[in-house]
Write a protein that binds this ligand. Structure first.
Ligand code: ZN
Ligand code: ZN
Ligand code: ZN
Length: 145
């Protein structure tokens, strides 16, 4: 007794360049999504990412103590969208779109609206490794691609 659902024939259409905020929430919030290996916004990276604040730096605005984000453009430490959204606000005001999460060391690009693969994208690798050493006290394991 196979029951076919033929009530809907609509196919979701992806409008290029017209991302909705809803999409952004789903993309970052629903578990693991594949990280991009390319990003067009790396020119805004800070030139000295070997000297960064420690993973226990509180949010610059509200002093939230942990799981904050590091702005990779100006090295500001700001809280996540699940706290007081200060990193998101920072992006909206300053257009600083690249941020590293001190909770899991993932790199998010607000302009790409996606996670970036910090080991595959060479300019991101040094700051990823520095943050990893600050957080865990040792260099990250070498990943075989
Ligand atoms: Zn980007
Ligand atoms: Zn905050
Ligand atoms: Zn910034």
């Amino acid at each position: 007794m196979a029951k076919e659902s033929s009530s809907s024939t609509s196919v979701p259409v992806m409008a290029e360049g017209e991302e909705e905020e809803e999409l952004m929430l789903h993309g970052s919030d629903s578990g693991w999504v594949e990280a991009r290996t390319h990003c067009d916004h790396l020119a805004s990276l800070n030139s000295d990412l070997l000297h960064i604040p420690t993973p226990h730096t509180p949010c610059n605005r509200c002093q939230h103590p942990d799981e904050n984000w590091l702005c990779l453009c100006c090295k500001d430490v700001l809280c996540s969208r699940f706290v007081n959204k200060h990193m998101l606000e920072h992006f909206r005001h300053n257009n600083h779109c690249l941020a590293l999460s001190f909770s899991d060391l993932s790199v998010w690009c607000f302009s790409c609206d996606a996670y970036l693969d910090a080991q595959a994208i060479l300019p991101l690798r040094p700051v990823y490794e520095t943050a990893y050493i600050l957080k865990f006290g040792e260099a990250p394991p070498v990943r075989t691609l």
